[in-house]
Design a protein around this ligand. Structure first.
Ligand SMILES: Cc1cc2nc3c(=O)[nH]c(=O)nc-3n(C[C@H](O)[C@H](O)[C@H](O)COP(=O)(O)OP(=O)(O)OC[C@H]3O[C@@H](n4cnc5c(N)ncnc54)[C@H](O)[C@@H]3O)c2cc1C
Length: 470
């Protein structure tokens, strides 16, 4: 059966009706009542107006949309979860190939594998995999998209034990720039599969991912400990030595900012500047209790919420602190181990933002992340100790934006002498092109250029952290 969907698009002042052959999803144009909802991304500071949004409901729709875009020479943006801070999921004037209606997840508990569609969010994956007491490394906010996160690498609570998200990727279905559907894995198009494990959306539209799963929970030992901001230096010095010797099961993220008004945090602490160490122990609860005891006893914690809890609940605990539609500006870098002079810089800058919602998050890497050889996948800088993001946050109508953007830039400049690469998914939209090279390192970047030249020589997929073909 031949199918097509039509929509009206404005072109050089005239209204044209477009039909995409073989497309069965929704086509949304500026005159559609859902246009503003469909073009909005997580970062409210991004305001772009595509000519057409092609909401795909299956792989064939993606093939049809790519072929249509190529035939009409349209700029292409690919939308997975729409979460990227740079807002690359939406473009001006071109077509958004939108996978947000493709969120299915199927789990094979016997094989410990999950098949996940290209528009799924991490909450979808955790929900289905946890029904079997299984999980794979995902992001620490459940409304983040699986696709963008995975294609950039994927850091999260489980990475030190089970590797990055890409280290658990077994295969993908991908629509290339020619509109061809390929299966990429270690055995099939291995060069493309290598590049997709870190190289972002440069090589095609991924319509599904196959992941390896691990036993996790469903109850795990996890939670944050909060100290007053004045203890930041002391807490970080203790933390440095503590995580240096920590087992791989322990994942931690340090958050500097005000205590968010979450129901689990007593009201008298809301908005108080605090250092918060979030911990997640991916192993037996009794072992976790023993491992975490010294951290919990250090300094004078204001609050200790570590305890047994549902893994999927913990994965969504921070969701309401980073709401869709607020405005965000990020700077980021990888860091080495926390020397005293680095701690001084972090503690000295972390609390000088003006918005009560701006914050800094620092992920502890190492463990299984650093045991994969550099260049084993396209995720660069595997030997770094920490990934830090300096995140300005302000709500629509608030005027913290300028000041806190200056704050992130000043803080970032102060970190200059410590920088060791960067995680590509934490890069903002206004970075110099050499930061993309920095994200990979020279040899991985050069290899990515080769694969890009093979699979997308015309740079069809360039609305991203772009790797230009040779
Ligand atoms: C609040 C917040 C928390 C985060 N936490 C984490 C974290 O814990 N760990 C972590 O690793 N990262 C984290 N990130 C960063 C995250 O990895 C990126 O924002 C990522 O791009 C989100 O994926 P997405 O699918 O939502 O992206 P989108 O915004 O939809 O897309 C971004 C880009 O990814 C590519 N892309 C998306 N979908 C596809 C697809 N199906 N096929 C091919 N290319 C595609 C495209 O190039 C697109 O431009 C976080 C981000 C935010 C905003």
């Amino acid at each position: 059966m031949t199918t097509s969907t039509t929509a009206g698009i404005g072109h050089r002042g005239k209204k044209l009706t477009v039909a995409i052959d073989g497309f069965r999803g929704r086509l949304i144009t500026a005159d559609h009542p859902d246009y503003n909802i469909a073009r909005a991304v997580w970062n409210g500071a991004i305001d772009r107006r595509p000519r057409l949004i092609a909401q795909c409901i299956g792989t064939s729709d993606v093939v049809a949309a790519v072929r249509f875009a190529r035939a009409h020479d349209l700029e292409i943006a690919i939308r997975g979860g729409g979460h990227n801070v740079a807002g690359t999921a939406v473009c001006d004037d071109g077509i958004v190939i939108d996978l947000s209606a493709m969120r299915a997840v199927r789990v094979d508990p016997a094989e410990r594998r999950a098949w996940v569609q290209g528009g799924a969010l991490w909450g979808d994956v955790d929900h289905e995999t946890q029904a079997h007491g299984l999980a794979t490394t995902g992001g620490i906010v459940s409304h983040t998209g699986v696709a963008g996160l995975t294609l950039g690498g994927g850091v999260g609570w489980l990475m030190r034990k089970h590797g990055l998200t890409v280290d658990n990727l077994l295969a993908v279905d991908v629509v290339t720039a020619d509109g061809e559907l390929l299966r990429a894995s270690e055995d099939s198009h291995p060069d493309l599969f290598w590049a997709l494990r870190g190289g972002g959306g440069n090589f095609g539209v991924v319509t599904s991912f196959d992941f390896r799963l691990h036993s996790v929970g469903p109850t795990i030992l996890a939670g944050p400990i909060l100290w007053d901001a004045s203890e930041a230096g002391e807490v970080l010095r203790f933390y440095r030595d503590f995580v240096h010797d920590a087992p791989d099961e322990l994942g931690t993220v340090v958050r500097f900012g005000t205590a968010p008004p979450l129901p689990v945090i007593p009201a008298h602490l809301h908005w108080r500047p605090v250092v918060m160490v979030g911990a997640c122990y991916a192993g037996p609860i009794e072992d976790g209790e023993r491992v975490l005891r010294p951290l919990r006893a250090s300094g004078s914690p204001l609050l200790d919420l570590i305890g047994p809890k549902a893994y999927s609940g913990f994965q969504s605990a921070l969701d309401s602190t980073v709401v869709h539609g607020w405005n965000y500006y990020w700077k980021s870098t990888h860091l080495p181990e926390l020397r005293d002079d680095l701690i001084e810089v972090i503690a000295g800058h972390a609390f000088s933002c003006s918005s009560p919602r701006s914050y800094v998050a620092m992920f502890h890497l190492k463990g299984a992340v650093s045991r994969v050889a550099e260049g084993g996948t396209a995720f660069g800088n595997r030997q770094a100790s920490h990934a830090i993001t300096l995140d300005a946050v302000w709500r629509p109508g608030e005027d913290f934006g300028d000041q806190d953007t200056v704050w992130t830039k000043g803080f970032f400049a102060a970190l200059a002498r410590f920088r060791e690469g960067v995680y590509v998914n934490f890069l903002g939209g206004d970075e110099a092109p050499d930061r993309i090279r920095e994200a990979y390192g020279e040899s991985v970047y050069d290899r990515l250029v080769e694969v890009k030249t093979t699979y997308d020589p015309d740079n069809t997929f360039h609305h991203n952290q772009n790797i230009q073909p040779g």
